[in-house]
Design a protein around this ligand. Structure first.
Ligand SMILES: CCCCCCCCCC(=O)SCCNC(=O)CCNC(=O)[C@H](O)C(C)(C)COP(=O)(O)OP(=O)(O)OC[C@H]1O[C@@H](n2cnc3c(N)ncnc32)[C@H](O)[C@@H]1OP(=O)(O)O
Length: 219
């Protein structure tokens, strides 16, 4: 493989390309608490065996909570900036389905730099179930895609996934810590090659490799 490009040291500021960006510190604590509460609600609803009266009370309370938000919506594409301890900035969409801090449907997965790559830990509960007691294969792919994309983007250039390969090596259990690692393994022209693993108790349950393609930026 020819490695003929070097990653740029800094990811471009999305504001320069017309995106709204908020700093993660600007997310109100009340919103973070609400997101956590809704995650608990989704888990409770998915697994409830409550009777009709309790279900109707819960539905009415949920409708009231929806109305309380007043229809004020953040724009699609809004981004959030995470400032690393070294002062560098990382960006993601604020409602990213895997890692978005305001998305109750996101587990969420938080990835931190670790040497040349990224690592993170996540616990997926019953709402991520596929086969009995196991994480849905599509969500395993989603976790890997996020880790792979984040590793490529952490190298400093915006990329999109062009090709994703997932090797499901062992069942991935629910309700246990899953350790995720990802790293860039090479680059060739606009292609960035990345590799990631999900481990439980030190054993690899799934591996992913991807070809990410760098997006040409205006100017
Ligand atoms: C900001 C923080 C982000 C946080 C992480 C987010 C993680 C989530 C990541 C995602 O889920 S991204 C969303 C899913 N992916 C997409 O929606 C991408 C859809 N596809 C496209 O938009 C285009 O196909 C793409 C930009 C990937 C490539 O189109 P281009 O027209 O720009 O590229 P082109 O066809 O010129 O190919 C450039 C190189 O890539 C190679 N390539 C393109 N598609 C490929 C493919 N599918 N498989 C293998 N190689 C591929 C192609 O062969 C070529 O290689 P060479 O330089 O060797 O000639």
């Amino acid at each position: 493989m020819t490695v003929d490009t070097q990653p740029a040291p800094r990811f471009p500021d999305p504001r320069d390309f017309g995106f709204t960006v908020l700093d993660e510190a600007e997310i109100p604590a009340e919103l973070t608490a609400l997101v956590g509460q809704v995650r608990s609600l989704v888990d409770a609803v998915a697994h409830t065996e409550a009777g009709p009266e309790a279900l109707e009370r819960a539905r009415a309370a949920a409708a009231e909570a929806t109305a309380a938000l007043g229809g004020e919506r953040r724009a699609i594409g809004a981004m959030v900036r995470h400032t690393r301890p070294d002062g560098g900035a990382e960006y993601g969409t604020v409602t990213n389905i895997v890692a978005g801090p305001t998305n109750p449907a996101a587990p969420p997965l938080r990835l931190e730099r670790d040497g040349d790559g990224l690592r993170g830990e996540v616990v997926l509960g019953g709402v991520y179930q596929g086969p009995p007691g196991l994480v849905h294969g599509g969500w395993i792919a989603a976790l890997l895609d996020q880790a792979l994309g984040s590793a490529a983007n952490a190298a400093g250039v915006p990329c999109l996934t062009a090709k994703l390969d997932v090797d499901y090596r062992d069942p991935t259990p629910l309700n246990v810590p899953l350790h995720i690692t990802a790293r860039v393994t090479g680059a060739e022209r606009r292609k960035v090659f990345v590799s990631a693993e999900i481990r439980h108790n030190g054993e690899v349950t799934a591996e992913g490799t991807a070809i990410m393609v760098r997006i040409p930026l205006p100017g």
